[in-house]
Design a protein around this ligand. Structure first.
Ligand code: NAD
Ligand code: UGA
Length: 476
């Protein structure tokens, strides 16, 4: 037919919706791109000089296209009703109530989007694109809802087009993706979306599958990536016990092309909004289909990650003569990885809360995370509260009082480290490598300990300075 894409809309102006749509706007000047969100503060930030998320290279693209063919808005009609293609890029967090609590993906935001589209779009044809990460068969639910309008002439195609970008490198990943995956039933609809990406992605990298393969591939990709980290972290414990060095092992093993060298960096454990959520989601699905062995197999990835975080916190306590009570420790890095201000599921949160429980005082520094965010995050875990729940009453619990008393967020790394017993490197920020570590050492209590949770510093140099250095996967 003569369906052409003149306008693309996106519901959800988050870490995925914002960068993804900005990239489409950059490479498709003939298409108007509208990003819609219910959160007015977030939309205002997208329209300001201070974008709500930090991604290297993103500011330039937004500045270049905003107001030309890229619009951030809370106007549903402009963004959704008038668009030919609508991406659903809302959050799909782990459910924290009722059936499937702590495991299942909460699809209420996706369902709400579908219902709102059904109730507001009455004519014409639209392509609805699942961009969010969802359980297998979500497209079926979306499709069923869209078909249930009693008074509508509108028709829809549903496509699955999961996103594989990583935070901190979103712009690079979107410019030059390993692949773009489009799942669907109608080849004509798939072609229309493929044509949009073909404005900058090579055709052979745009692959098509059926809907369910596409939805599943996204979960599987994240499981495999997380599995590599848990594997190397498991190996790191063997290294510490035996005298092998995990960096050397990762290098030697990764040179086998079948294994590959990337994603083998031992660490204090993976964080981020998606790995844990998506593994939980897949294991829940496996159980739903009575595949307990499959569920257990992938669940091991999470158990290993939990243990790695726990192990790190315990090591700090152990090495500081079995007590950190009333000792001041400095934490460098709070984001879940470098080059992002995102802290969702960051290992730092867990480890800081464990150390607060041990009655330590913490000085925390991160180049991109705000004080408010850091305090909220630690209070939330210590109160066993979930994301949306943070409310006034939690502000006055004994746990929150303790966090306020014990945790200080400090804007200068040298101030942060001063007078502390130990430095804990929690995020692999490049700037940590450039510090004057002699100056840091001189300002610290002695013996001065350094725990490198990312293996990014030059340990022999630090030892020469006088530090007691402990890293991941290196025997003492
Ligand atoms: P996010 O929380 O940053 O953004 C989601 C946005 O959707 C929020 O701004 C929220 O206000 C908005 N929203 C929710 N319901 C809405 C509604 N009914 N109408 C309008 N706006 C609504 O989430 P994110 O990190 O961008 O992730 C989005 C999805 O993409 C998730 O399914 C996630 O698993 C997936 N994903 C994320 C990443 C990543 O790196 N963060 C990468 C790949 C895939
Ligand atoms: C991850 C995937 O890499 C993306 O492909 C995917 O789209 C995304 O999840 C998603 O679905 O949300 P992200 O979580 O943003 O991206 O960042 P990663 O680079 O994957 O890092 C995740 C965590 O693993 C970080 O805490 C990182 O420090 C840790 N990590 C990573 C390691 O500990 N070792 C490594 O070798 C690699």
């Amino acid at each position: 037919s003569n369906f052409t894409v003149k306008r693309i809309g996106c519901i959800g102006a988050g870490y995925v919706g914002g960068p993804t749509m900005s990239m489409i706007a950059k490479y498709c000047p003939h298409i108007d791109v509208y990003i819609f969100d219910l959160n007015q503060t977030r939309i205002n930030a997208w329209n300001s000089d201070n974008l709500p998320i930090y991604e290297p290279g993103l500011d330039e693209i937004v500045q270049e296209r905003r107001g030309k063919n890229l619009f951030f808005t809370t106007d549903y009609t402009e963004a959704v009703i008038k668009s030919d293609v609508v991406f659903l890029s809302v959050n799909t967090p782990t459910k924290h109530y009722g059936l499937g609590k702590g495991r299942q993906a909460d699809l209420k935001f996706i369902e709400l989007c579908a219902r709102q589209i059904r109730d507001s779009v009455k004519t014409g044809h639209k392509i609805i694109v699942e961009k969010s990460t969802v359980p297998i068969k979500t497209a079926m639910a979306v499709s069923r809802i869209l078909k249930t309008s009693s008074d509508s002439q509108a028709t829809f195609d549903i496509l699955s087009n999961p996103e594989f970008l990583a935070e901190g490198t979103a712009v690079k990943d979107l410019e030059n993706p390993d692949r773009v995956l489009i799942g669907g039933e109608n080849p004509a609809a798939i072609k229309i979306l493929a044509d949009v990406y073909a404005n900058w992605v090579k055709r052979e990298q745009i692959i098509q599958t059926n809907l369910w393969s596409s939805e599943l591939s996204k979960l599987v990709a994240n499981c495999f990536l997380a599995q590599r980290i848990s594997s190397i972290n498991a190996v790191s414990a063997i290294c510490e016990a035996t005298g092998a060095n995990v960096n050397e092992v990762a290098h030697a093993v990764g040179m086998d092309k079948r294994i590959g060298s990337r994603f083998l960096q031992a660490s204090v454990g993976f964080g981020g909004s998606c790995f844990q959520k998506d593994i939980l989601n897949l294991t829940y699905l496996a159980e739903h289909y009575h595949l307990k062995e499959v569920a257990d197999y992938f669940y091991g990835v999470i158990s290993m990650n939990d243990w790695q975080k726990q192990r790190f916190a315990q090591k700090v306590v152990h090495k500081l003569f079995n007590t950190v009570s009333s000792k001041k420790l400095s934490v460098l890095g709070f984001a879940f990885k470098k080059d992002t201000g995102d802290t969702r599921e960051s290992s730092s949160i867990f480890i800081c809360s464990k150390l607060v429980e041990e009655r330590a005082y913490l000085n925390i520094y991160d180049p991109k995370v705000s004080e408010l965010q850091i305090m909220d995050d630690i209070m939330r875990v210590m109160n066993d509260a979930y994301d949306g729940d943070f409310s006034a009453h939690l502000d006055t619990t004994p746990e929150s009082e303790m966090v306020r008393r014990c945790v200080k967020v400090i804007k200068d790394p040298y101030e942060c480290v001063k007078d502390t017993h130990a430095v804990l490197i929690m995020t692999e920020w490049d700037e940590f490598k450039t510090y004057d570590w002699k100056k840091m050492y001189d300002s610290m209590k002695k013996p001065a300990f350094l725990f490198d949770g990312r293996n990014i510093l030059d340990h022999s140099k630090l030892e020469e300075i006088g530090f007691d250095v402990y890293s991941i996967g290196v025997a003492e």
